[in-house]
Design a protein around this ligand. Structure first.
Ligand code: ADP
Ligand code: MG
Length: 477
């Protein structure tokens, strides 16, 4: 059974209980993780507080940056091992897992280099005064991350937090936490002091809820479902703690009649099948100008029919879904769409001889989907693409902005003026013009509006989220 990681040490959960881990590839039991609970969270938060008050908190930004860069290098040295763990734990193609580990390293390089470039401000004020605004760590940060990109999420939330001098308590998803645990050992060997990073595995309703409610937390970050986002905000509100939340999306790909389809079609299909559609920023709605609807659909459908679902080791387009529960949920969603009469435009291929107990879902393209249909509004979190026609630019904007979510948008048009108009009018944290970046780009600030959450991660903006300003006023006459 794997352990918790508290104060630089591996330790069992204080209740001695465990959670069974199943392989997404075969459905078989492949191990157990420790079932951390409130008392373990308490130990972890206390260790993080001690580390904040100790050496880590006293270190210069330059030295912190060096530690982060060394962690990035160590991750790359262990890339084969970490990619293997990530692929086994999540079922994602090994090729994708490798990219995810590279991204994990990249987060530590990027924020390691940024540590000592965060400057304060000097404000002109009244005669006889000098005013400095400095950025300080928030303190102890709580991180709750999901199972779809465990390694990337770890880097995305942890690296900027540590860069700003905070210390961390992380609750990975019970479905996939093995990479986080191995990472903690690698980071410690690379020079991360004890207590700076603490990991408590366990169920969301136990360890996760205890973390969000802990009065020793100064900032909470969460990526997951909107419903749990509400629970997290409710818990942190009791302690007046700020939350950074990323809660998924129903991101549109808007294709105009003048789009370059040779360029667009492979990207559009890639943006929904990447990680078997289990991506917050998956491009899950394909909005097509009516006059070219059939033409675009024909090309997207042809590509969809070539999507291969297979074993992670066989470089498939899609691996299995993460758990049996998600597998059943996604299949049920697809079945409901079929039962409601939605036309199936194309389906992908399941490799022969896949293990019977594995969680393999057939990628499906539906369309035209009515605007009020569940598939046009709700996140599936699986390889399912909804195609909808629109009439003109105004209609495209209304349709693209017409869900509760607002995370990522893409526009495909060769008309430059339209590109700029759409970039302004589309609602979301990122807009891509003639490209798409589901999950990519450590440098690019990312986050949502409305039900997709609030706060910004990635890029230099994350350093503002993970720190707090102090205004210092001197009166010298
Ligand atoms: P999913 O539906 O994909 O499992 P969740 O939002 O349920 O997404 O889970 C994302 C993360 O939030 C996981 O680490 C999970 O353990 C955690 N979590 C789930 N429920 C709670 C809760 N009530 N309080 C805190 N964390 C939770
Ligand atoms: Mg859940």
């Amino acid at each position: 059974m794997s352990s918790l990681f508290i104060d630089g040490q591996q330790c069992p959960a204080s209740g001695g209980q465990s959670i069974v881990v199943h392989s997404p590839v075969t459905g078989e039991v492949i191990g157990e993780i420790a079932r951390g609970q409130a008392q373990d969270i308490d130990l972890a938060v206390n260790a993080a507080r001690r580390a904040l008050n100790g050496r880590w908190g006293q270190q210069s930004a330059t030295d912190r940056g060096r530690v982060l860069v060394r962690i990035g290098e160590a991750v790359l040295r262990h890339i084969d091992e970490l990619a293997d763990i990530e692929a086994r734990d999540t079922g994602k193609p090994l090729t994708l897992a490798r990219k995810d580990i590279e991204a994990l390293a990249r987060y530590f390089e990027f924020y390691g280099g940024a540590c000592d470039k965060v400057h304060g401000e000097v404000i002109p004020y009244l005669p006889g005064y000098s005013v400095n605004v400095v950025r300080e760590p928030c303190g102890v940060v709580g991180h709750i991350i999901p199972w779809n990109y465990p390694a990337q999420m770890l880097g995305r939330t942890l690296a900027p937090a540590l860069a700003m001098g905070n210390t961390s308590v992380l609750k990975p998803a019970e479905e996939a936490c093995l990479t986080s645990l191995r990472f903690a050992q690698i980071a410690t060997e690379a020079g991360l002091p004890a207590g700076v990073l603490n990991i408590v595995t366990g169920f969301g309703r136990e360890a996760g809820a205890a973390l969000a409610a802990h009065p020793g937390i100064n900032l909470m970050t969460f990526t997951g479902s909107p419903a749990v986002g509400v629970a997290i905000q409710t818990a942190t509100a009791a302690n007046h703690v700020k939350c950074v939340l990323e809660l998924g999306g129903k991101s549109p790909q808007v294709v105009f009649a003048d789009a370059d389809l040779d360029k667009a079609v492979p990207v559009i299909v890639g943006a929904i099948i990447q990680n078997a559609g289990q991506t917050c920023s998956a491009g899950s709605r394909l909005l097509i100008q009516r006059e070219v609807f059939d033409q675009v659909i024909e090309r997207v459908a042809a590509r969809f029919r070539e999507i291969r679902v297979g074993l992670p080791s066989s470089a498939p387009d899609c691996g299995p879904i993460i758990t049996q529960a998600q597998f059943l949920r996604v299949n049920q969603f697809i079945q409901e769409c079929k039962d409601s009469g939605l036309p199936v435009l194309a389906e992908g291929i399941l490799d022969d001889n896949l293990p019977a107990g594995g969680y393999y879902v057939r990628p499906t393209l539906f369309g035209p989907v009515p605007r009020t249909h569940k598939l046009a509004q709700e996140e599936v979190f699986g390889p399912v693409l909804a195609a909808l026609p629109f009439d003109d630019e105004d209609d495209a904007v209304a349709l693209a902005n017409g869900t509760d979510y607002g995370l990522v948008c893409a526009v495909w048009t060769e008309n430059g003026a339209r590109q700029h108009r759409l970039a302004k009018r589309l609602e979301g944290g990122q807009v891509f013009i003639n490209c798409y970046g589901a999950g990519g780009g450590v440098e690019l600030p990312f986050g949502g509006v409305r039900k997709s959450g609030h706060g910004r991660e990635k890029g230099l903006l994350a350093l503002e989220e993970f720190s707090i300003t102090k205004t210092i006023v001197f009166h010298h006459g």
